[in-house]
Design a protein around this ligand. Sequence first.
Ligand code: NAG
Ligand code: NAG
Ligand code: NAG
Ligand code: NAG
Ligand code: NAG
Ligand code: NAG
Ligand code: NAG
Ligand code: NAG
Ligand code: NAG
Ligand code: NAG
Ligand code: NAG
Ligand code: NAG
Length: 855
Amino acid sequence: MSLSWMLFCVLCHHLLVLPTSFYSITNAQSFDYPIANLSTLWTNNLPSLSHNVNFTDRSRVRSLLLRSNPAGFGPSFACGFYCNGTCDSFLFAIFIVQTNSGGGITRPSSGFPQVIWSANRDNPVKENATLQLSGDGDLILKDVDGTLVWSTNTTGNSVVGLNMTETGNLVLFDGNNKAVWQSFEHPTDCLVPGQTLVEGQRLTASISSSNWTTGVLSLFVTSNGLFALAESDPPQQIYYRKKITGTKLDAGPSYVRFLNGSLSLYILSAEPRQPDDTIPVKPATSMQYIKFGSDGHLRVYEWNSTSGWTEVGDLLTKDLSDGECSYPTVCGNYGICSTGQCSCPIGTGNNDSYFRQLSDRQLNLGCSESTPLSCEASENHSFQELKDVTYFIFFVGDANTTEMSLENCRQACLNNCSCKAALFLYHTNASAGSCFLPTKLFSLIDNDKNKYKYNTSAFIKVQIPDVSPTPSLLEKKTSQTVIILGSSLAALFSVFIVVCILIILYRKKNDEEEYEEDDLHQVPGMPRRFSYQDLKDATENFCKKLGEGGFGSVFEGTLGNGTKVAVKCLDGLGQVKKSFLAEVETIGSIHHVNLVRLIGFCSEKSHRLLVYEFMSNGSLDKWIFCRNQEQSLDWKTRRKIIFDIAKGLAYLHEDCRQRILHLDIKPQNILLDDNFNAKVSDFGLSKLIDRDQSEVVTTMRGTPGYLAPEWLSSMITEKVDVYSFGVVVMEIVCGRKNLDRSQSEDSMHLISLIQRKAEEGQLFEMIDRYNEDMQLHGEEAMEMMRIAAWCLQSDFTKRPSMSVVVKVLEGVMNIEPDLDYNFSIPTLAAATVAHKEVDFGGSTPLLPSVLSGPR
Ligand SMILES: *[C@@H]1O[C@H](CO)[C@@H](O)[C@H](O)[C@H]1NC(C)=O
Ligand SMILES: *[C@@H]1O[C@H](CO)[C@@H](O)[C@H](O)[C@H]1NC(C)=O
Ligand SMILES: *[C@@H]1O[C@H](CO)[C@@H](O)[C@H](O)[C@H]1NC(C)=O
Ligand SMILES: *[C@@H]1O[C@H](CO)[C@@H](O)[C@H](O)[C@H]1NC(C)=O
Ligand SMILES: *[C@@H]1O[C@H](CO)[C@@H](O)[C@H](O)[C@H]1NC(C)=O
Ligand SMILES: *[C@@H]1O[C@H](CO)[C@@H](O)[C@H](O)[C@H]1NC(C)=O
Ligand SMILES: *[C@@H]1O[C@H](CO)[C@@H](O)[C@H](O)[C@H]1NC(C)=O
Ligand SMILES: *[C@@H]1O[C@H](CO)[C@@H](O)[C@H](O)[C@H]1NC(C)=O
Ligand SMILES: *[C@@H]1O[C@H](CO)[C@@H](O)[C@H](O)[C@H]1NC(C)=O
Ligand SMILES: *[C@@H]1O[C@H](CO)[C@@H](O)[C@H](O)[C@H]1NC(C)=O
Ligand SMILES: *[C@@H]1O[C@H](CO)[C@@H](O)[C@H](O)[C@H]1NC(C)=O
Ligand SMILES: *[C@@H]1O[C@H](CO)[C@@H](O)[C@H](O)[C@H]1NC(C)=O
């Protein structure tokens, strides 16, 4: 595709596609909306639910009610539709999201919604499902086909409204503001600060971390204490118990309450209540919640504005005698846990094929029976004995086991078809021990004989296969595979040989063509000249690549005197001799604190290398396009960087002996030293023009996204750099690339998006959402965007010069008040007329700048 055509397409594209905002909310006032009245209907689709956000972990929320954090911004409770991944099914859920000072849901790359309650985890609904707060006070969730999925059954209870409270409780209240129904009374798998889990309620973990369906593990309180168990009916398999012994002192229900610093058990206490036991929790510095996970852990999560949601506590593990191995699902069903490692039961001799791993890579998924147990063929049931293997229930005091002999235990299991194993524990005498007969076998534990003084035996029921599988088929398959594999390898090998020969021939030819350049004269009084070998040594044979630019790769090196340098290997310039030296001379003569200094060069045979000062913090793009909070720059640093770039460019444009147009200003060409001083690099590599000439560039260069519109009209002045600078400033303030193909089509092009936001008066929405400091300096950031907008004026004569930009940043000049935010429309006109007239020279698609082509 021709260059001009490509460029034309890029321009057309951002004109034709209507940019839309990140939040499809038009009224900033409507962000805090915690209460709904009767007769409200919400439909789960984008047009009707405006406050929706897509997060980078592929989850999405569509918020129905949102209670903004009282502090003004930070973690807030909201309820609405939640989905993750493919998003073909949704939960009606309560989740914690991050809101900004405008109340909008923010931080899509770190403030992932934390679902703390859901109504329909077992029956997710589809797009266009409805939630209705009916006129008679019932809250009804219906799927798109109209089927009733969930309801609070509160018709006739005088409900007058629905309230999302500050504590994360979703409440249907009556005329006296009394709760008729509340989500706190129907917990799923989480507790938030202030919430209680009362006798009769339970937290039930989901099946897995990615499947929110109700699983088998649950946590509950009884008058005996706090329990966690794995469901298998009967018997229940308890793996955790915080036992409280004694007599209940009052008639109230037992409960556990999560407060800042503790999870307290109230079991026996009389009023005024003192906890009977507490599990300490790390005191909160920010929002916390407790989640009962699919792995059976009870974990505390806390919001940290730097690192997002982090785990700050694992509450049950310290009370479990075998740590990680005491969790029922740690190694999946039938898996054996040995200090956190998982394996499958292996027998002796020909007995070892009763179980196989469900996954070769994820051993913790557990094992499956090679031949499933069948009650019809119970006469062919047998046991696989596992010595010194125990089971988590034995670690819990007074487990629900039966006293009997080992033989009776085995027989009892054989007699009961649903029994999956006979698990036996005894101290000295196998004729009297504890027998446990599970109907479902979770993870087993390798019994450390040094740790426990008792003996354990596990007899796992297996089905002896009816007929042994015929091996002939297997064998045939294997031999076929070998043949196919063999012939493919042979073919590959011959291709390899041919390629090698070609490469050798090609190299030889190149060597012959290589010319000597001994006639090159030494540049007088200029940057140091290095031999190729010097630089090879300095960079340890070009081993540490710092990056790759339009001109070639850059490597880290250390000179003999210990100075760190960046060595740029210019590609495809082997032919350029005199002009190369001339340019080196020019570049080497330019010294400015905001320009990367050229230390030396190498011009030997076809090698063209430039040696620059080393900039320890790399290029700007790494700092402004990353979503990593720790790397994200604060407002002050960003402002300083912008100022530095402006000063560097002003020097190039106006203070040099020869006016230098950079022609490829972009974040990749702005380097940062260890104090975040910004320096412009790669200047002078583009064509130099004299002060009084302005229209000599005939070869188009630069990088799409940073190209000024007049590239199409061939009027190239220093104002193309001003334009690119404007783009970079917008990128710095907004924290995203101008052309970001990972965004939806509407918002792919930042400058178009800004144009639209400016028209709507919503420019502030564009300020880097992932950075709280940027949000705090919203006004100054807006001002900076206005400077950038000035630099982006379509008519290049209306753009300020870089020295004017510097003055504005210094505060001694004002911004042009009459700015045209219509950045791109004249471009299309220009493109249609002009693209034929411009000599587009090279045909490289992405226009890496070319070091002075022949003039
Ligand atoms: C609910 O009704 C009250 C009084 O009838 C009204 O003031 C309020 O604006 C309504 N709220 C919503 C969200 O419609
Ligand atoms: C979220 O993603 C969906 C599907 O890709 C898209 O239709 C929607 O516009 C996105 N929403 C926002 C707010 O970006
Ligand atoms: C959403 O799903 C992705 C994988 O599909 C997972 O990595 C991520 O943790 C999930 N997010 C939440 C909040 O569950
Ligand atoms: C949802 O409803 C809207 C409007 O009724 C319709 O345009 C859209 O196709 C529906 N989406 C699905 C997935 O059914
Ligand atoms: C509402 O009533 C239906 C039918 O009696 C029942 O299946 C459902 O579990 C009830 N919902 C709640 C939230 O109690
Ligand atoms: C909603 O809940 C909050 C508690 O977070 C309470 O202060 C407020 O009075 C409630 N509003 C109504 C209308 O019940
Ligand atoms: C979740 O697990 C249930 C039960 O195993 C299964 O039926 C369902 O398809 C799973 N859902 C997803 C989204 O994988
Ligand atoms: C939790 O308690 C600690 C002191 O124990 C206090 O410093 C902290 O601010 C409290 N956190 C919250 C969220 O109240
Ligand atoms: C947030 O996390 C970082 C490390 O990820 C830690 O240094 C910092 O102390 C945490 N902040 C708070 C308030 O806990
Ligand atoms: C396992 O092997 C032992 C001896 O090798 C044998 O006595 C026992 O019957 C075998 N068990 C099964 C289930 O095949
Ligand atoms: C039990 O095993 C025997 C011997 O392998 C076999 O003959 C018989 O058919 C099996 N019984 C059933 C019900 O599969
Ligand atoms: C103990 O097991 C019996 C039957 O095996 C069952 O009825 C009882 O509920 C179990 N008790 C507990 C605490 O699990």
